[in-house]
Every structure is written in structure tokens, then in C-alpha cells.
Design a binder for this molecule. Sequence first.
Ligand SMILES: [Zn+2]
Length: 478
Amino acid sequence: MRTLISGGTVVTATEIMQADVLIEDETVVAISAPVEGGRSGTDTTASPDQVIDATGKYVFPGGVDVHTHMELPFGGTYASDTFETGTRAAAFGGTTTLIDFAVQTIGEPMMDGYDEWMAKADGECAIDYGFHMIVSDVNEQTLKEMDILMGEGVTSFKLFMAYPGVLYSTDGQIFQAMQKAADNGATIMMHAENGIVIDVLREQALARGETDPIYHSVTRPPVTEAEATHRAIAYAELAGSPLYVVHLSAKEALDEVVAARDRGANVFAETCPQYLFLGWKNLAEPGFEGAKYVCSTPVRSEDQGHQEALWRGLATNDLQVVSTDHCPFCMNDHPTLGTQKQLGVGDFTKIPNGLPGVEERFTMMYYGAIDQHRLSLNRFVEIIASTPAKMFGLYPKKGTIAIGSDADIVIFDPGTSQTISADTIHMDVDYTCYEGTEVQGKVDTVLSRGRTIIENGEYLGAKGDGQYLKRGTNQCLI
Ligand SMILES: [Zn+2]
């Protein structure tokens, strides 16, 4: 099967070129100057089986979202997107690879959690996927299992300095995991918030009758993120392991990352669209509407310069990746999961932490980067596809358009505008954080390993098309 994408503008992290892309089966086999009549410039003897006309459109590598939580158990319920619905929504939005998180249960082997999540995703996914491992219980056996998982292509391990009694690890446990990572080549991912101090602030707020959604952010002030980020960096440098700080939202935490990178440390960080576009005006929406935007780390006050600092960090490569932390919960009852966000009416500490975003990331980041003139086209591709693939050992199979790469491709129409709305999303959740936002540009056609899975607003794939990705180690190390 030969497919020619003709007449488009191919954009990678380093190039912008008028070029045709020839795909054979699942792989890009040629990128050539445009040729009349739908024939590839490199092989004029064989006509393609199908030609996709991309005239006037961008031809981007498929998005790589390295932080999602399909079906995650949290706060007495489950994230509402399954691997089936969540990966299909990702495809609609221009994401063709995602990395989700398998979770270790405290007191149980890490491999059990890995097997459980592998079974959940098996045969369900619309796009290719891999797993990071959430380490909830660092002990001698867990440390040995980190070596085993490296052999399974799980090369990154996430620890929590937040959520005492649930996912929290002590400093000693974190340091031991980092020492293991320094030894076996893994990357440590960190949820960097001081959960011990945050728990004190939350109890005090509730005692004062401060129960509305906005207090979720008030009780997680920037210093609790910055302090934890500083501490995680210090331990990672001492242990000699790479560190990747997830969902960075406070400018003070970014300052810590900048200082570490200036010292030459292997310290990296991602942010998410919610921290670039949302703030306290959203959390303070009337009634209980603010619950839509409750996630951790929290969206922050617009008055403190966080959003500007994060955009600057993306421009200067102090931040390397934009992921979503997609973890949706319905505002109104979910058909099978029942009450979700409403669990926290009258007590913000009971609102499930998380929001939807896997579908809007590509379009919202194009909007912020290109429509709003903050980043170049190349940098846009770099932060949503190329660097995430490199950071987690998938490049150049994923994250670029090059000869030999998987034909994961998004044809994007910059000439069409759209209004983001809950009425048109495909995620299994009843709202979008970006309701009413008018954006220029629209995902037109999506290919996953050479197969057209999105065309004319229709999903043409099938669940189970997506394959598990055994990943290599971090390709961004200095
Ligand atoms: Zn997360």
C-alpha cells in the first residue's frame, strides 16, 4: 500500500518545506519536491494507491502526549475516559502516540500494576501507546522490579511528593529510586508539591469554612511547588539520575529548573495547556463551575506572571514538553460511573483532581503558539511531538516526519477556524475547559502508521489498531 500526501507544507522541528510525503505501508519512505500528477519524485515508475491532497495545509508529525490517565482510579471514582474513548479522542485532536501511567498498589508488586494496566489497554487503543510506571511503594522488591520493567520498555518511573497516605513517597524512598535510575538508565518523573504542608493548609482552610473550588489552588501556593521542585532536583543531582518534572505550573518552580539546567544537570520539565490558558478567574466561576478546573498542580492566579513565565520557558527551552495530564471527571453524573466532580460540593478537598485535554492539546497549542505569535512553527512541533518522543525513547520512530519514521501524520488546515465546544468533543466527559474559544486552524486528516484514521470529521479506525510501544531510554541527556 503506497500513499502519497501531496502539495502540503511539511513542518518538522527543524524544517518547513513544500514537499510530498510518500508512505509505504506503515512507514515514510520518501520526502520529495512536489511532482505533478500524483507521482513521487523518487520513484516515477510506481503510482501510489492513494493520493491525499494537502494543498494549502500543513503536514505535521502526529502529536505525542506523554502524560495521560485513562481509567485512573482517583478520589473514589475513575477518570471517565477509557483507553478506547480516550485514545480515539486523542486521534481526533491530532495526537497519534500517548504514554499513560500504570500504577503500583501499596503493598503489592509493581509488576502486578504493570500487568493490570497492560490488560486494560490491550485491544482497546486507537493509537500507539506506552506506559510510565507510578511507584507508590519503594522497597527492596520494587527497586529490583525497576530493572525488570526497563526490559519491558518502561523506562520512566513517576514518584509523588504530594498526596500523603495515597501515592506519597518519603525523601528517602525517592532518593533510593533515583539511585536505582542512575544505575539502570531510567528517568525519574516527579509530581513536585510538598503534600505534607499542603495537607495542613487544606485542613485550616476547611476549618475556616473555605470550601469553594478556588481554595484548591489557594492551599497549594507556588512555594509548595517550588520547594518540592528544588528538593527533587537536589536529590536527583546527588543520585546522578535524570529528572523530569511533570505538570510544572509555578514560575518559582520554573526558576529552580532553570538554575539546575544552567548548572548542566539532566533536569527537564513539562507544562500543560491548562497552565498556559487558565487561571483563578476560571476556578472562581459562579456556583460549582470552578470544579471543572481543579487539578494538581493547580491552575494559578493570573496576576502573578506564571503564564508569561511558562510561555517564555517554552520559547527558551527551559520547558521542553507540553503534555496534557488528561484525567477527566464529569461535572454531571456519568452514565456508568455516577457522581464525579460533584463529590466535592461543599468541600473542595473531595473534588476529584483532574481535567480533560487530550483532544484539545494540539489545536490549543497551535492557537497559543501561532495565532497568538508566541512560538515558531518549528518550536510548536518540537514541544508537542519531537521532544516528547526523544524524552521517552521513541524518536525518530515517533515525533517527526523522516525517512524510516512511522507514518503518524496530521494534515492541519490553517485556513479554517473553529470554536471549541463540549458539543463537538469526542472525549467521554461533559465539558471542555476551553468552551467558546475561537481558534484558527483545524485538524483535517490523521494517519496512524500509514492508515487514515480521521478524515472529514469521521473516525475510520478500530479499537485495537494501536500497538504497545517498548520504549528506549531518554534521548535528551547531556
Ligand atoms: Zn498526572
